[in-house]
Design a protein around this ligand. Structure first.
Ligand code: NI
Length: 261
C-alpha cells in the first residue's frame, strides 16, 4: 500500500469528481494521503477533507507565492488548527524566487517562511518545504534557525544531488514525484539514485506534474505506481521495495500509523 505524502485535492480541478476519485483510492492501493494546503482557502478545505475521509491527513501552511493571505486572523487560525490531531505537518511553506524577482517580496517570503518554521517547532510538527530557484537562501535560512531541530521534507526536490545530501545531513527527507519519470530530468534521477532509501518520500503534487506515460494530464495519487517503478528501475530494486520503504518513511516523519498495525 502506498503513502502519498503531498497532494492538493482541495484544488478546483477535482471539483467534478473529487468524491468518486477519493473513494476509489483504497481499492487502488493508496493507503494514506497527506492533503497539503498552499493558500488560506486550501488550508480550510484541507481541514474539511481530513474530517470527511479517515485516510486523509492534513498539512496547513501558506506557500511563498501566497503570503498575501497571511494576516493576524489567518495566523491565529493556523496556530489554532495546527493543534488538531489529524494536522500532521506545517506546509507547504518555503521560498519561490521563480515568480517573484523583487527583493522586497523575497524578503517578505523569508520572514513568513521563518515564522511558519517556528510555528512548526512550537507545535512539535514536521514541515513540508517548497523551494524553487532559491537553493542558497533556503539552506542559509534553515541553518540560521537550526532547522535540523525541526523534522521535515523538501518536497518535489529540484536541486542537485549535492544539495540533497546537505538536506539529508540535516535530517530531512526528499520528496520525489512525477518529474523523475521525465526523460530529460537528469538531476532528479541522480537524486533518486543517491539519496539513502530511508530518506525518500513518494509524492504527486497533484493535480500538477503527472508522470509518464500520463504527462500533461491532471495528476492524481493513482499515478504513484509509475513514480515507484521509475525509482525502483534507477536503484535496481523492486517497486514493492520502494513502496514499502517510502511508506515506512512517511509514517515515521508524520507520525501516522497504518490501520490494523
Ligand atoms: Ni504542492
Amino acid at each position: 500500500m502506498i503513502f502519498e505524502s503531498h497532494a492538493h485535492y482541495d484544488d478546483a480541478q477535482f471539483d467534478n469528481d473529487r468524491e468518486e476519485l477519493l473513494t476509489s483510492m483504497k481499492e487502488n492501493g493508496i493507503e494514506t494521503i497527506i492533503n497539503v494546503g498552499s493558500d488560506f482557502r486550501g488550508c480550510e478545505k484541507t481541514v474539511e477533507l481530513m474530517n470527511k475521509y479517515d485516510f486523509i491527513y492534513g498539512a496547513i501552511g501558506i506557500h511563498p507565492s501566497d503570503i498575501g493571505d497571511l494576516n493576524d486572523d489567518t495566523c491565529r487560525w493556523l496556530e489554532e488548527k495546527s493543534t488538531l490531531e489529524k494536522i500532521v505537518a506545517i506546509g507547504e511553506i518555503g521560498l519561490d524566487y521563480y515568480w517573484d524577482k523583487e527583493e522586497e517580496v523575497q524578503k517578505a517570503q523569508r520572514e513568513w517562511f521563518e515564522w511558519q518554521m517556528k510555528l512548526a517547532k512550537m507545535e512539535g510538527l514536521p514541515v513540508i518545504i517548497h523551494s524553487r530557484d532559491a537553493a542558497e537562501d533556503t539552506l542559509k535560512l534553515m541553518k540560521g534557525i537550526h532547522a535540523e531541530e525541526i523534522p521535515g521534507v523538501i518536497h518535489c526536490f529540484s536541486y542537485s544531488k549535492e544539495m540533497a545530501a546537505e538536506y539529508v545531513k540535516m535530517g530531512y527527507y526528499i520528496g520525489i514525484g512525477g518529474v523523475v519519470t521525465f526523460k530529460n530530468a537528469k538531476k532528479v534521477k541522480e537524486v533518486a539514485a543517491t539519496v539513502p532509501m530511508e530518506r525518500i518520500l513518494l509524492e504527486t503534487d497533484c493535480p500538477y506534474l503527472a508522470p509518464e506515460p500520463n504527462r500533461g494530464t491532471r495528476n492524481s495519487s493513482l499515478n504513484l505506481p509509475y513514480v515507484a517503478a521509475e525509482i525502483a528501475h534507477i536503484r535496481g530494486i523492486t517497486p514493492e521495495e520502494v513502496i514499502e520503504a517510502t511508506r515506512r518513511n512517511a509514517q515515521r516523519l508524520f507520525g501516522v500509523k497504518a490501520e490494523k498495525e
